[in-house]
Design a protein around this ligand. Structure first.
Ligand SMILES: *Cc1c(COP(=O)(O)O)cnc(C)c1O
Length: 390
């Protein structure tokens, strides 16, 4: 297997960049996206060849920053189940409801996919020290991969983040810095210090490869559904890496002849205490305003500003999807409901998706006959405090 990565392009201007070099944002200050020779990729990455490959995200090596089998730093991320939620179907009247259960990833969330891709790419390009602003799970994932690779990780996390997220970073030997403020304040500190300290900043969408790791969720869903994409995908959105990534994956698969033009309606879910994307969607804006006083117990959704906001909004609109906010109360209620009806102990972000799906069923925006994939993006074990409220 060989990566068919060719170059990077600026998501705003289309300007190209050398993929062999380390990069953060483009000169325009926007995310860089990875481009591949998909014709070449499809010569070895065939549906036939997939049958023989290990069921983790690196099975799509040709369309990833794959460093080669000997160099790969991996905890076996990806390859998560797509589970039929029959008891949820029965209770609420859905005909075909599936849950992509990302809680079984290493480090207990789908952040493992993105950070594994970013770390492998950065190590291969000479980076030896990493920094990240995080609302929780991304820090834990970076700490684990840095531990595995034996390189330092500097993690900047809001001081009021639940205990589990701090403990896992410290246990893995990362340098944990608690910040009085939000992830956006953490981001400012990393930006101020990265150059002097020689850190490579792996903040969401500020390097090109976390999105590549997360896009593998799109490839997996396609494979798990025999290359018939679902009608609807319901995704809890913070920085939006997964949503943008899956949208990119669908285009890549179409170019390789794996799927047709049909796309799922992409539903972006946020909480009422931090809903910049929902607000921008409703106001018909291309970019989102900074959300003041962001609060929610779903730490992955406590992201007041997303640098890829325009990419999230574009994918949601092009897909004929929507954006919806739920309250923390509804989110925790349906996190419990999901646990009780599926046996999955979800992160609140997963419960938010169930709450949003039911809202859209009620409003008629989702039909009970639709095939729906909803995401449980992490494990409930890190959110015991949230489960104890209410
Ligand atoms: C980070 C995170 C999210 C949001 O993911 P994005 O792709 O950045 O929008 C959702 N759920 C959990 C559990 C997370 O850790």
């Amino acid at each position: 297997m060989k990566s068919s990565l060719t170059h990077l392009t600026c998501s705003a201007t289309g300007e190209t960049y050398d993929a062999n070099q380390l990069h953060n944002l483009s000169k325009a200050g926007k995310p860089l996206l990875a481009c591949y020779d998909l014709q070449k990729a499809s010569e070895t990455l065939t549906l036939e060849s997939l049958k023989l490959r290990v069921w983790n995200m690196w099975r799509y090596a040709e369309v990833l920053p794959w460093p080669g089998a000997e160099k790969l730093v991996t905890l076996n991320e990806g390859g998560t189940p797509l589970l039929r939620a029959s008891r949820i179907e029965q209770k609420f009247g859905f005909k075909n409801l599936l849950i992509k259960d990302e809680s079984v990833n290493p480090t207990g969330s789908f952040k493992a996919r993105g950070l594994a891709a970013a770390i492998n790419a950065a190590l291969q390009r000479g980076s030896l020290s990493f920094a990240i602003p995080t609302a929780g799970n991304a820090g834990g994932a970076l700490a684990s991969y840095a531990a595995l690779a034996g390189v330092p990780a500097h993690i900047f996390m809001p001081a009021d983040t639940p205990l589990a997220f701090k403990t896992e970073c410290e246990a893995s030997g990362a340098h944990l810095n608690l910040v009085d403020g939000l992830i956006s304040d953490c981001g400012k500190i990393v930006a101020e210090r990265e150059e002097k300290e020689g850190w490579f900043n792996v903040s969401t969408l500020k390097e090109p490869y976390r999105i590549e790791g997360k896009k593998t969720m799109g490839y997996e869903i396609a494979e798990q559904l025999n290359f018939n994409l679902p009608d609807v995908i319901v995704y809890p959105t913070g920085g939006g890496t997964g949503l943008i990534g899956m949208w990119k994956a669908f285009d890549e698969m179409e170019s390789m002849g794996w799927i047709g033009v049909k796309r799922p309606r992409m539903v972006s879910v946020q909480t009422e205490g931090c809903a910049p994307i929902v607000k921008a969607f409703q106001e018909d804006k291309t970019h989102a305003d900074f959300w003041d006083n962001a609060h929610t117990c779903a730490s992955g959704l406590r992201v007041p500003a997303a640098i890829g906001d325009f990419l999230i909004l574009e994918a949601v609109r092009k897909s004929n999807g929507t954006a919806v906010a739920v309250s923390d109360k509804e989110m925790m209620r349906y996190s419990r409901e999901m646990a009780a009806l599926t046996g999955i102990f979800p992160a609140p972000e997963g419960g938010a998706c169930l709450a949003a799906t039911l809202k859209l069923l009620k409003s008629g925006e989702i039909d009970k006959n639709d095939q729906i994939v909803l995401f449980n993006t992490g494990s409930g074990y890190k959110y015991l405090e949230a489960y104890q409220t209410d």
